[in-house]
Design a protein around this ligand. Sequence first.
Ligand SMILES: Nc1ncnc2c1ncn2[C@@H]1O[C@H](COP(=O)(O)OP(=O)(O)OP(=O)(O)O)[C@@H](O)[C@H]1O
Ligand SMILES: [Mg+2]
Length: 370
Amino acid sequence: MILRSLAVENFRNYESGSFDFSEGTNVFYGDNAQGKTNALEAVFFCGMGRSYRPGKDRELIRFGEEEGHIRLRLEKDGVPHRIDVHLRSSGRKGIAIDGVPIKKAVELFGVMHVIIFAPEDLSIIKNAPAQRRSFMDMELCQLDRVYTSNLIAYNKVIMQKNKLLKSLEEDRSLAETLPLWNDQLVRYAVPVIKRRRQFIDELKEITRRVHSGITGGEEELELIYEPSCDETELADRLTAGIQKEIWSGMSQYGPHRDDLRFEINGIDVRSYGSQGQQRTAALSTKLSEIELVRIRTHDEPIVLLDDVMSELDCGRQRRLLSELSGIQTVITCTGLEELTDKDFCVDKAFLIEKGKVIKETNIRENGEKA
Ligand SMILES: Nc1ncnc2c1ncn2[C@@H]1O[C@H](COP(=O)(O)OP(=O)(O)OP(=O)(O)O)[C@@H](O)[C@H]1O
Ligand SMILES: [Mg+2]
């Protein structure tokens, strides 16, 4: 899959802007707050039907405007495709693939596979479990539609059940309906847990290899899926824990409480690992995602790197860049020299200023050195 072009209109701080990408390494560079991350966000949106940054879709529309647009062109197995996004401040967003409107964002999954590295991803190990769950979900949703629909259904059940638990203070008799909600919960939770386990089992083999490479064989990284409750025990746990849930007013058991543990040479990285070890382990895990996507989809994902370089030391930057060679990437950085000083080949560079591309350089094609 090759990303060909991106055009935005009234998107974030862009009135209008367009980008024709190279098949190799593309760089958005420029000062802070000019629109580099915004342009990357537009690419991501076309892959996932949502942003990776928190907030509402309507916040993506340029201040003072009612509508915003994103158009992305890509090529898959030699066939051109187009994704159009229509953002409306008043209502639902519209997304179309090759001119045909889709009903649900999940229909986008499988058209374009994006993997994003943002600075927060380097803190995935020390941050809260929600970020580790979101890491599993972002990847699994792109790889597996059945997983996505089970997860959506599960989240709906949890929302309803939490609402019910909260309303028990006013009407205790509603507790009678809890077992019915728990039956629904188990129905969707079990396939979610099973699929997460399978995903981590697959990913951990690759991660072990990648991490060993990055650390020169010094460290063995182990990923361990930690479900809040095993799928075989969930139904019983829910029954036994009804009083606890009523008392706390919250759903206590199920995949919304899952976690992921990282161990290096048998030691828990979150509790005992150095800052550097935590970040390297996170990087190895992210890089492994690329390999997993290749194996699973027989296609190359598009890798988006938002400001990650400045967070890594030189050695890790080099290793990251060498792992990415041959993959289509879009990288944001403040100065182009952050990359070229490391002898990293940039194919195309876009200088961004105040929501405009003010300079576009075809570095490899021109034989020009940045
Ligand atoms: N809906 C919006 N309408 C107009 N401007 C917006 C909107 N949302 C965000 N912005 C502005 O876009 C600007 C650029 O944001 P962006 O995150 O892309 O910067 P950046 O170039 O990545 O900067 P940095 O190097 O600091 O990461 C910000 O100043 C922000 O105020
Ligand atoms: Mg940015």
